[in-house]
Design a protein around this ligand. Structure first.
Ligand code: AMP
Length: 976
C-alpha cells in the first residue's frame, strides 16, 4: 500500500516549516551544539529501517542549502515499527546532553478513513557507545528517553488554508560516560514530519567577576555543581582566592573571594587600569587612585606613591596619603622667668608648623662668664625639667644654673621631617643672667618706731652667703630717701622709724659670686602713737610671704593684729590677694573675719558714703589724654594722675556728662562708694573722685588691655592654658574677696572684667544701676527685673535670689568665656531657649581644647541646687592646685559633639556645613574663593594656605586645623 502523503505540497510545506524552525534558531550562548540537523551541510547519514518506514526528504532553500527532514505516515497499516537512527554523536566531555526536536504530528481524526491503529506519539531512545561506526544496534540495547506526543508548545504555520503546528520538545540524558551515543526515533504508526533535531550540552560561559576570570566550563551531570577557580585579571592580585560554581543549567553561582588591583592601578569595569599622572594608589587595598596630596606629584602613570616637591619631605612612617611637609619655623615670643639659679622658659608655637602635628622643642644652651668674654657650651650640670629635647609643651624649667652667669638658650622647633631638611635650624634665643634672690621674708613688727624683720636665704645658694643687705624707705618716698643696712644674720631690727608710717623693706643676699636680686617688697606700717592695743602688743605677728623674683609663691604664717581706734595698721601682702586684712569701715574698726560691705543706700546722705569711701582728688592733678570707651553716664577716658609727693600713674577717668539729675549723680558716684570699700589686687582700684568741680569724675587704676571679652577675642588662641587658668584664678580670687565682704556682684561676666598689661584680671562694674540700665546683655524678665540671662543662675532669674552662689554660677560662665576666647555663651540661642534648656538640665559643653578638670569645675558652678555649687574659696584652691600641677590640665574634655568630626553625629557634607559646624562660618567666602569647595579638598590644608586666604587669627587656624585632623581620622576617599 502506498504511504499516505502527509501534505499536498511537501516542498511548499517544508519551506514553511523550516522557515519557522530557523526563526527560533538563536541559541543561548551557554549552549554548545553537538548536532543540528538543519545546518548539516552533507548527508546526515542517518539510518532508517525498514526501508518503507522513515523517509528522508531534502529540499534546497533559497540559498541553495540542503535541508533534510524525515517523515513517516504509515497510518493505514497496523503493527508499525519504524526506526530512524542518527550517526554516532560525540559527547565532547559533556555528562548531560539535551535533545531538542521540532516536528509536526497529524492527529488521526484529520486523516480520512484511517483505522483505529493510527498513533499520535513516537518514542525516542539512545545508546551509549565508544564505537562511532556501529552499523547495527539491537532494539533491546537502546535506552528509552521518552514517548513524545504533540503538546501545547507549538509554532503555528499557515499553509494555504491549513494551520500546521510545529511542536518543540526538549529531553535530556545525563551521566554519559562513553565517547558518544546514538539517538533513535521509533514510530509505531503515526503521521510525523521530523523537521529538526538538535543535540547540545550546556556550559557556564567565560566570565569576569570581582576582577577574576572564570573559563568556559562544561556543566556537570545530574544537578551537580562544578567548582571553578578564577584567575586574577592583569595587574591585579588575589585578595581572597576567587571561586564560583557552574550550575547544571549553565549559570554561575555563589561567587567567593576576589582579586584587587595592584598599587598604581584602579578597578574600572572588569579590568585594572593605571592611575593617571598626578594621581597614585599606594596599596592594593585602596579601591581608587587618589589625587597626589599637597606638595607632591606623580609625573607618570601607574604611580604607587607621589614624590615630594622640592623642600618638602615625608618620613618613612608618614602615610603616603599625607601631604609632604617641611620643617617648622622658629618658636615665637620667648619669655624667661628667672628664679635665683633656675629659669623658666616659655614660648609660643611656631607660626608655621610645616604642615605637621608632631612639633616638639629642643633647648640648646650656651653660657658666658659675667664679663661676657668667655663663652662655651653649658655642659652637663644643668637640669631641664621635664627634659631638654623632645619637649611637647612650650615650657621648660632649667635648674642648677650658676649664679652671675649669662646664658643663651636657643629654642628650636623640630618636627618629623626636620632631620630630612638640609636647611639651617630655625631658632629663637633668650639671654638671661642669673642672680640670687632672697626668697622668703618673715617679718615681725615690734613697736611704733621699730620693726624686726627675719628672712630665709635663697633655697639653693650657690656659694656661701657672705651677708644680707636690707633696703627700706617710706612708702612712695624712695626717690627722696632710702636706707641700706647690712647684716650677716638673717634677722634685723630697724629702729628710729616714724610712728604710724608705712615703710617698704627689701632684702638681698650676697654670696661669693656677688649680690643676688632683691626679694619682693614688704610694706609695714609702724604703730600709731595713740594706738589702742588689743591683746599683748609684745606678742608679735609673724607673717611669711614668699616673693621669689616676681613669681607668686605664697607662704602664710600666722597673723596677729594690733589695732587702733581710728586707724588700722595692716600688713599688705601684695602677692596674696586672699590674705586676711583689716578693714576700715564707716568710721568703725572691724575685726578680721567680719568685714562687710556697706550698701551706699544705708546712708541717709549718699554723699557721706562717697566721702567715707572715696578720696577727693583735686582736678588739677588729672591729665585726660584720650577717650577709651563709653560708660552709662558719660565718656571713659585714659589719662594720668599725679598726686603731690607721689609717682605719676596712669588712670581711667569716668565722667558724668552735663545735664545730669541729682539721682544720676548719686547713682554715678555709688560706684565709687562701693569700689572704695574694696582693696584687692583682683578688684579694680579706686584712686578717688572729683566731686567739688565739674565734671564729676571717678578715677580708677588704668587697665591697659580693656575688657576681658574683647581682649580674648582679639587674642584668640594665643595663650597657654596656664595663662588662662591664671586669669581665672585672679577673677576667682577677686570674687572670693567680694563674697567674703558679703558683696554680691550680680553681673559677673567677661565684659565686666578688666585686664591690665600683666594679664592681671580685675573685677569691675559696681554701679548700683548697672545691671538695670548699663548692661546691654540684661533683658527684662517676667517679674519686671532686667537680668543678663545667659550669665545668671536659674534661681536669680526665677525669683531674684541673688547670692554669692549665683555669682558662682556666673563665674562658671566666665570660665567658659575665657576658655573659648570670648565665645558668646549659648551662641545664638534666644534667652527664652536658654532658660528652658537650663531648666531641662542642659549645660554648656566643654569649649575646644578645654581641660577636663576645668569643664568639671564649670559644671560644678552650674549645679541646680545653689548650696551644691563650690564656694569661691574652693574655686581658688582648685585653680591653685592646677597651676602647681599643670599636668592635670593635659586631659582634655571630650569635644562637644558638633565640633568633633570624628563622632558619628558629625555629618557634614559640604565645606560650608563644616565651617558652620565648627563655628567658623565667617570664613565661608574665603574658602570658596580660594577654591576649597569639597570636603576632600580641605583635608590637607596647611597654615600657610589658611593665612593666604585670610584666616590670620592663630586661634581660628588651630580650630580649623584640629577639625581637619578629625576629618582625616574619619577617612575620606578622594575619587579621581
Ligand atoms: P564701664 O562704664 O565701666 O562699663 O566702662 C566702659 C568701657 O570703658 C569698658 O568697657 C572699658 O573698655 C573701658 N574702661 C572702663 N574702665 C576702665 C579702666 N579702668 N581701664 C581701662 N579701660 C576701662
Amino acid at each position: 500500500m502506498a504511504p499516505v502523503r502527509i501534505y499536498p505540497s511537501l516542498r511548499f510545506l517544508l519551506l514553511h516549516l523550516l522557515a519557522a524552525a530557523r526563526a527560533v534558531r538563536n541559541y543561548p550562548e551557554n549552549e554548545v551544539t553537538l548536532l543540528d540537523s538543519m545546518s548539516a551541510l552533507g548527508d546526515l547519514g542517518w539510518e532508517a529501517y525498514p526501508a518503507e518506514g522513515w523517509e528522508e526528504i531534502s529540499v534546497m532553500d533559497e540559498r541553495n542549502t540542503p535541508m533534510r527532514t524525515y517523515q513517516v505516515c504509515n497510518v493505514m497499516e497496523a503493527n508499525q515499527n519504524n526506526w530512524l537512527r542518527t550517526r554516532h554523536i560525540a559527547r565532547d566531555g559533556a555528562q548531560r546532553v539535551y535533545i531538542e526536536i521540532k516536528f509536526t504530528l497529524r492527529d488521526c481524526n484529520s486523516l480520512p478513513g484511517v483505522p483505529g491503529t493510527c498513533k499520535e506519539t513516537f518514542n525516542m531512545f539512545y545508546y551509549e557507545s565508544n564505537n562511532p561506526n556501529l552499523w547495527f544496534i539491537k532494539e533491546s540495547q537502546y535506552v528509552k528517553i521518552d514517548t513524545i506526543a504533540a503538546d501545547e508548545s507549538f509554532t503555528q504555520v499557515d499553509v494555504g488554508d491549513r494551520v500546521m503546528k510545529l511542536n518543540t520538545e526538549v529531553r535530556d540524558i545525563s551521566n554519559l560516560s562513553k565517547k558518544g551515543f546514538y539517538l533513535a526515533f521509533q514510530d509505531v504508526g503515526a503521521c510525523i514530519a521530523l523537521v529538526s533535531v538538535r543535540v547540545f550540552y550546556k556550559k557556564c560561559p567565560l566570565t569576569v567577576l570581582n576582577l577574576a576570570q572564570f573559563p568556559d566550563t562544561v556543566t556537570g551531570g545530574d544537578s551537580a555543581l562544578v567548582e571553578v577557580r578564577g584567575a586574577c585579571v592583569n595587574d591585579s592580585e588575589e585578595f581572597e582566592a576567587p571561586r564560583m560554581y557552574c550550575s547544571a543549567d549553565g549559570g554561575w553561582l555563589v561567587p567567593i573571594g576576589r582579586c584587587i588591583c595592584k598599587p598604581g592601578f584602579e578597578e574600572h569595569k572588569d579590568i585594572c587600569q593605571p592611575c593617571r599622572p598626578g594621581s597614585y594608589k599606594a596599596s592594593s587595598m585602596d579601591t581608587y587612585c587618589t589625587k597626589c596630596p599637597p606638595h607632591s606629584y606623580s609625573p607618570q602613570e601607574k604611580a604607587s606613591e607621589c614624590a615630594c616637591d622640592k623642600d618638602f619631605y615625608r618620613t618613612h612612617t608618614d602615610p603616603r596619603s599625607m601631604a609632604c611637609t617641611r620643617s617648622p619655623s622658629a618658636p615665637e615670643n620667648p619669655i624667661s622667668t628667672i628664679n635665683e639659679t633656675s629659669v623658666t622658659l616659655e614660648w609660643s608655637p611656631p607660626r608655621e608648623n610645616g604642615g605637621r602635628g608632631d612639633v616638639t622643642y629642643s633647648i640648646h644652651c650656651k653660657k658666658c662668664s659675667g664679663d661676657g668674654r668667655k663663652c662655651g657650651p653649658c655642659g652637663s650640670g644643668l637640669h631641664f625639667v621635664p627634659r631638654q629635647f623632645g619637649l611637647s609643651d612650650t615650657k621648660v624649667l632649667v635648674t642648677d644654673l650658676q649664679p652671675h652667669t649669662n646664658y643663651t638658650f636657643s629654642i628650636e622647633a623640630v618636627n618629623g621631617v626636620s632631620d630630612l631638611s638640609p636647611s639651617p635650624k630655625q631658632l629663637v634665643s633668650v639671654n638671661i643672667t642669673t642672680s640670687q634672690t632672697v626668697s622668703v621674708i618673715l617679718k615681725e613688727r615690734k613697736s611704733k618706731d621699730s620693726v624686726t624683720l627675719a628672712w630665709q636665704g635663697p633655697d639653693r645658694a650657690s656659694g656661701a652667703i657672705v651677708e644680707y643687705e636690707v633696703i627700706y624707705y617710706e612708702k612712695n618716698q624712695r626717690d627722696q630717701n632710702y636706707t641700706v643696712l647690712k647684716t650677716k644674720s638673717n634677722m634685723m631690727t630697724v629702729e628710729g622709724l616714724k610712728p604710724g608710717t608705712t615703710y617698704v623693706f627689701r632684702v638681698r643676699a650676697r654670696t661669693d659670686g656677688g649680690y643676688g636680686n632683691y626679694g619682693g617688697e614688704i610694706e609695714l606700717e609702724t604703730s600709731h602713737e595713740d594706738m589702742l592695743a588689743i591683746g599683748d602688743p609684745n606678742q608679735s605677728t609673724i607673717l611669711a610671704v614668699s616673693i621669689a623674683g616676681g613669681i607668686v609663691l605664697l607662704i602664710f604664717l600666722v597673723a596677729c593684729f594690733v589695732v587702733s581706734g581710728r586707724h588700722c595698721g595692716y600688713i599688705k601682702a601684695k602677692q596674696d590677694p586672699d590674705e586676711e586684712k583689716m578693714q576700715f569701715q564707716h568710721g568703725r574698726v572691724k575685726l578680721p573675719g567680719s568685714r562687710t560691705y556697706i550698701h551706699p543706700h544705708t546712708y541717709e546722705d549718699p554723699n557721706q558714703a562717697v566721702r567715707d569711701f572715696a578720696k577727693e582728688i583735686d582736678a588739677s592733678c588729672i591729665r585726660i589724654e584720650r577717650v577709651i570707651g563709653a560708660g552709662e553716664f558719660g565718656e571713659v577716658c585714659s589719662g594720668r594722675l599725679k598726686l603731690p609727693s607721689k609717682r605719676e600713674i596712669y588712670v581711667a577717668i569716668k565722667s558724668l556728662k552735663a545735664g545730669y539729675s541729682e539721682k544720676q549723680r548719686r547713682d554715678f558716684l555709688s560706684e565709687a562708694s562701693i569700689m572704695g570699700q574694696f582693696d584687692h589686687p583682683n578688684i579694680i582700684r579706686l584712686e578717688g573722685v572729683v566731686t567739688r568741680c565739674k565734671p564729676v569724675m571717678i578715677i580708677t587704676e588704668y587697665m591697659e588691655n580693656g575688657s576681658l571679652d574683647t581682649f580674648l577675642k582679639k587674642h584668640d588662641g594665643q595663650f597657654t592654658i596656664i595663662q588662662l587658668v591664671g586669669m581665672l584664678r585672679g577673677i576667682a580670687s577677686g570674687m572670693k574677696y567680694l563674697s567674703d565682704m558679703n558683696y554680691v556682684h550680680r553681673d559677673l561676666a567677661a565684659r565686666n572684667i578688666l585686664v591690665n598689661s600683666n594679664l592681671v584680671c580685675k573685677v569691675s562694674d559696681f554701679g548700683l544701676s548697672r545691671v538695670l540700665e548699663d548692661d546691654p546683655e540684661a533683658a527684662y524678665t517676667t517679674r519686671g527685673g532686667k537680668i543678663p540671662i545667659r550669665w545668671t543662675a536659674p534661681e536669680a532669674i526665677a525669683y531674684r535670689k541673688f547670692t554669692s552662689a549665683s555669682d558662682v554660677w556666673s563665674y562658671g560662665i566666665v570660665m567658659w568665656e575665657v576658655i573659648s576666647y570670648g565665645e558668646r555663651p549659648y551662641w545664638e540661642m534666644s534667652n527664652q531657649d536658654v532658660i528652658k534648656a537650663i531648666d531641662e538640665g542642659y549645660r554648656l559643653p566643654a569649649p575646644m581644647d578645654c581641660p577636663l578638670v576645668l569643664h568639671q569645675l564649670m559644671l560644678d558652678c552650674w549645679e541646680k541646687g545653689r548650696s551644691e555649687r563650690p564656694k569661691f574659696g574652693q574655686i581658688v584652691n582648685t585653680l591653685d592646685k592646677l597651676i602647681r600641677n599643670p599636668s592635670i590640665l593635659k586631659e582634655l574634655a571630650n569635644c562637644s559633639m558638633w565640633e568633633d568630626p570624628t563622632t558619628p553625629e558629625f555629618s557634614v557634607g559640604t565645606v560650608e556645613e563644616w565651617l558652620d559646624a565648627i563655628k567658623m562660618g565667617q570664613y565661608k567666602e574665603n574658602f570658596a574663593s580660594a577654591g576649597y569647595v569639597t570636603l576632600d579638598s580641605i583635608l590637607y590644608i596647611s597654615v600657610s594656605e589658611l593665612v593666604k586666604m585670610g584666616v590670620t587669627l592663630v586661634g581660628h587656624q588651630k580650630k580649623i586645623l584640629s577639625s581637619v585632623q578629625g576629618l582625616q581620622a574619619r577617612g575620606t576617599h578622594v575619587h579621581v
